[in-house]
Design a protein around this ligand. Sequence first.
Ligand SMILES: NC(=O)c1ccc[n+]([C@@H]2O[C@H](COP(=O)([O-])OP(=O)(O)OC[C@H]3O[C@@H](n4cnc5c(N)ncnc54)[C@H](O)[C@@H]3O)[C@@H](O)[C@H]2O)c1
Length: 438
Amino acid sequence: MPLKDKIEERTAKIGVIGLGYVGLPLAVEFANSGFEVVGVDVARKRVENLNSGSSYIDDAPSSDLVKVIKKGLFRATTDYGVVSELDVINICVPTPFTKSKDPDISYIVNSSQQISKYLKKEKLIILRSTTFPETTEKIVLPILERNGLKVGRDFFLAFAPERIDPGNKIYTTKNTPVVVGGVTPKCSTLASALLKKIVDKVVPVSSPRVAEMTKLLENIYRSVNIALVNELACLCERMGNVDIWEVIDAASTKPFGFMPFYPGPGIGGHCILVDPYYLSWKAKEYDFHTNFIELAAETNENMPFHVMESLIEGLSERGLCASKAKILILGVAFKKDVSDTRNSPALKLIELLKNRVAKLTYNDPYVPEISVNGVSYRSLELTANRLKSADCVLIATAHSSYDYKWIAKHARFIFDTRNATKDVKHPSKILKLGNPLS
Ligand SMILES: NC(=O)c1ccc[n+]([C@@H]2O[C@H](COP(=O)([O-])OP(=O)(O)OC[C@H]3O[C@@H](n4cnc5c(N)ncnc54)[C@H](O)[C@@H]3O)[C@@H](O)[C@H]2O)c1
């Protein structure tokens, strides 16, 4: 049966390579819509846990996983040999950067090499990992064609960037449009037909390059705008009489042409921090310097240092010496209401503060333990006594489950980098990022 018909009848067997924050929810989504799905991951323990119905991803809870396993619609394996049985293969492997912030696409290369070993005719491969323009056509395609199969004729290849926003309850896979660029028109048509089975709106573009660049534009847009408000937050601190949070709230009342972004102790996660570097690296191939990207990165990366300096100054203004101070950090995930700590600015703050303060502890309802530069920390229970005994409570990530009024009642001094205490009535004990120091 042609692949198009198998997709229409939901008899196409779907593969998802990489069962992380992107791959696992995608796999469950396909299974929920009636497709048989096989996930492939190199992490053996993860695969075992998933097969026993235990998920570690909030957006694909164990209850959902168990349902699709029971229906026989999902299983996971470490064996790439399964590719020969699959009709569609979604690649959802990591695309991190190296220590010197160059793109590391080795995961894409490795998984493409594995797929090519088992590739047969009438297969559709969709790269979902974020990457720089031309990865699909100049890196993945030659690997897949090296055994003599021809794209557009024997197999089909497209890029469709993942837009999942972990923890977002309003915009899910279903109601977030997906952009698709195929290597040939037939590649686009097939990839669009497949994605329409799980997403309300599919937006075809003329090539994988356009789809790759689209994803980078989306994340660079966020990085640049966050950098802008971070810079203005620092300006407001220096001016001493303008509150950046009040300014942003006021500007947000404009019904057109303005979208609020908020300052913070830095940016983290797998996307906004990492992706801009993919484009600035690629741009150099064309003797082009992406100044906005570099400036935004510099501004955002400076924020944890700025928070550390402000914290030390804030302690000093209260007659406390940082080297004798006990600091309790609230929230170490990279953003609120998730457990993901990848590139979290809170981890950078811990790294920076560790040797500058007497004692550093943390609480995060989503993150039971963390390791920073080889040192392990456990989340401590949040009690009134613990709040009272800290010289400063540093709010790094504003989880919704925290009771900020209760925290402010018991804490002696709070440094709030997220405006989490906006409804709290103890201004004298709260220092806020973007507000004057004293
Ligand atoms: N996390 C997000 O919010 C998000 C959103 C949109 C796009 N993305 C992009 O999606 C991609 C995946 O990100 P993620 O957050 O899901 O990563 P992740 O680290 O959570 O998951 C990746 C998975 O791939 C597995 N893996 C690594 N190498 C493999 C290989 N060769 N074969 C099979 N499995 C392999 C890992 O074991 C892991 O389970 C990245 O390009 C990222 O930029 C992420």
